[in-house]
Every structure is written in structure tokens, then in C-alpha cells.
Ligand binder design. Structure first.
Ligand code: NAP
Length: 311
């Protein structure tokens, strides 16, 4: 099969478009003909070798964990999926392998693709939508009527956080650059704050939840807008430990997002119902992986990039 492999860590040029063995499903796995794989920020960090101590992947390595495609074969213990099913999935970070024409996945981690969207759009959903879902509902226990401040509301994770918060009945405040204020307003924020020209702590107080996808001084300034008993959830915990400034505040860092099929199915249903709008995607071919890594690594800001294996 065609795949993008790296034989050593380094700059985007290490990504080789080449033949590699087609995987075979074990008894609890499915073989998926991958139609599209998303590129996530962590992909280039793995490629550079920055995560070697945490994830000692054997080389050569095929990157990628968010994907969509069609089930081509199933192991003899698989009962939840059938050959021909259109699916999307997030592979465990320890496994990877989505930048390829075929991948095997534990059948329990594979969900039916939302019917209303194409394969490219579906491939971009799992990790960012699950990160937002788990932050808001599993960690912060966001309730109807509560107020949440979402930093990076125009980003991949932030867009889902805004929409999920509104679906839950919460009051959502979002920060973005001025270019993206209209876009986050369209997603439903009750208040949009231009982080480059306004100080959010002068406009917001007494929030129940801060969802921080930025870190650094944005996170440090966020503690003061929380009400007593409030909670800050950050996707940037791996970079900086979370230390609340007082005992009445809580902070939780998300290091990795586990896949959860029931959550993915609920997210897919919300998309098919038109309640959640998936992120826009930009399509490239699988063989363009090196070029797209360059874009991602150097602050690409226009939605998600997906690699299509269909030419
Ligand atoms: N731990 C995990 O499991 C996990 C999972 C997924 C993602 N993440 C991490 O979460 C972070 C966000 O991911 P993403 O996919 O949403 O990234 P993304 O799509 O690149 O979005 C980042 C957004 O941040 C905004 N931004 C930059 N500086 C800001 C500031 N000071 N205040 C407010 N907004 C600001 C940008 O908005 P403008 O363009 O409007 O400036 C951009 O849209 C990344 O660091 C990623 O690695 C972690």
C-alpha cells in the first residue's frame, strides 16, 4: 500500500511517500481503507522527535490518528461493524498509522461516519471534538446556565467547545483575533473578545469554567475571572503544570485525549442534526504530507488540513 513513512526524526523532508506492508486485522480489529487522514499539531512534534521519551515509536513510522474510510475486512470477533461500513475513528497515540491507504483499528474504537458530511470533513473531527467534549462534560461537568470562557474559540478544539457549550445551554464567551470574531459569533458565542486589542479580564468575571487552549500568560490571567469553586481546564498541561493560585479554584491539564466511541457517535448525531457545524477542511493528497507539515508547523490558521488517499 501507499503510505507516508519516516525512517528517522527530523524536518518535513523525512516524510517519505512509499510502499509499506498492508496491515492484517486481528480477531477484534477491522481493516479500514483510509479515504482521508487529518493532520494535527502533535504530528509534527512527533516527526521532529520531540515526544520520543513519552512515545518510543519503532521506526519506520506512519503518522496520523484521525481518519475516515470504509471497512474492508473484519476480524472474526468483530460484531459491531461490517464490510462496506463508512466509518471515522481516532487511533490511540501509541498506535498511529493513518497516513496510509489502509490501517487496522480495534473495532471498539471505530464509529459510523456522520451521514451528512464527506470523508474529508469527517476525518478532521475525532480528536478535536473529543478533546472539547471531554474537557467540558467529563472534566468541568459544565451545566446549563453556567458561564464558560473559551480561549482559542476560533481554533479546531475551540470551535467544538463553543458549539457544545451552547448545545448544553451554557453562556459561552470566546476569545479570538479580530479576523475571527464574526466566525465565533456565528458559532454562537454570547460574547466575543478580541484577544489582541482587549483584555478579557476587564470584560469577564465570575465564570464557572475556563477552557484554555492557549496556555502561558493567557492561562495565568484567567484565574482571576473564575468564581470561587470555578475550574480551569487546559490543553497545554504537558508544557506547564497547573497550579491554581488559591485553594477555592481547581485546574486540570489534558495530556492526551482517549478515544471514546459513544462520545464520537453523539458528536456525529449532533452534526447530522445540524446542531454542530464541523470545522472547514483544506484538502491535500497523501503525497503532499511534507508540504502540509510545513504549513501546520508554521502556524497555519485556516481550519484543518486533511490528506486524501483518493486521487
Ligand atoms: N492535550 C490534548 O489531548 C490535545 C488535543 C487537541 C489539541 N491539543 C492542543 O490544543 C491546542 C489547540 O489546538 P487546536 O487544534 O484548536 O489549534 P488551532 O486550530 O491551531 O487553533 C488555535 C487558535 O488559537 C487562537 N489563538 C492564538 N493565540 C491566542 C490567544 N492569545 N488568545 C486566544 N486565542 C488565541 C488562534 O486564533 P486566531 O487565529 O483567531 O488568532 C487559533 O485559532 C494546541 O496546542 C493543541 O496541541 C491538545
Amino acid at each position: 500500500m501507499k503510505s507516508i513513512r519516516l525512517h528517522s526524526y527530523g524536518d518535513p523532508e523525512v516524510l517519505m511517500y512509499e510502499e509499506s506492508p498492508k496491515p492484517q486485522p486481528q480477531e477484534n480489529e477491522v481493516l479500514i481503507r483510509v479515504y482521508a487522514a487529518a493532520i494535527n499539531p502533535v504530528d509534527w512534534k512527533i516527526r521532529q522527535g520531540y515526544l520520543q521519551s513519552k512515545f518510543p515509536f519503532p521506526l519506520p513510522l506512519i503518522l496520523g490518528y484521525d481518519l475516515s474510510g470504509v471497512v474492508e475486512a473484519i476480524g472474526n470477533q468483530v460484531s459491531n461493524l461490517a464490510v462496506g461500513d463508512q466509518v471515522f475513528a481516532m487511533l490511540p497515540l501509541e498506535q498511529l498509522g493513518a497516513y496510509a491507504e489502509y490501517v487496522v483499528a480495534n473495532a471498539e474504537l471505530v464509529s459510523p461516519k456522520p451521514k451528512s458530511i464527506d470523508f474529508g470533513t469527517a476525518a478532521a473531527i475525532p480528536s478535536i471534538a473529543l478533546t472539547a467534549w471531554q474537557a467540558l462534560f467529563d472534566l468541568a461537568n459544565l451545566q446549563s446556565g453556567q458561564t464558560i470562557l473559551i480561549h482559542g474559540a476560533s481554533g479546531g478544539v475551540g470551535r467544538y467547545a463553543v458549539q457544545l457549550a451552547k448545545w448544553k445551554g451554557a453562556i459561552a464567551i470566546g476569545t479570538s483575533s479580530s479576523e475571527n470574531l464574526a466566525s465565533i459569533q456565528q458559532l454562537g458565542v454570547d460574547l466575543a473578545i478580541d484577544y489582541k486589542n482587549e483584555r478579557f479580564e476587564e470584560k469577564v468575571a465570575n465564570v464557572d469554567v475556563v477552557f484554555d487552549t492557549i496556555g502561558g500568560e493567557t492561562r495565568q490571567r484567567s484565574w482571576q475571572v473564575l468564581k470561587s469553586g470555578g475550574i480551569l481546564i487546559s490543553t497545554e498541561g504537558a508544557a506547564e503544570p497547573i497550579v491554581p493560585p488559591s485553594a477555592d479554584l481547581r485546574g486540570i491539564a489534558i495530556f492526551t485525549t482517549p478515544s471514546d466511541t459513544s462520545q464520537l457517535i453523539q458528536i456525529g448525531n449532533l452534526i447530522d442534526l445540524g446542531i454542530i457545524k464541523p470545522s472547514p477542511v483544506e484538502r491535500f493528497l497523501l503525497q503532499d504530507a511534507a508540504e502540509t507539515h510545513n504549513a501546520i508547523q508554521h502556524n497555519h490558521k485556516h481550519g484543518k488540513i486533511i490528506l486524501s488517499t483518493l486521487s
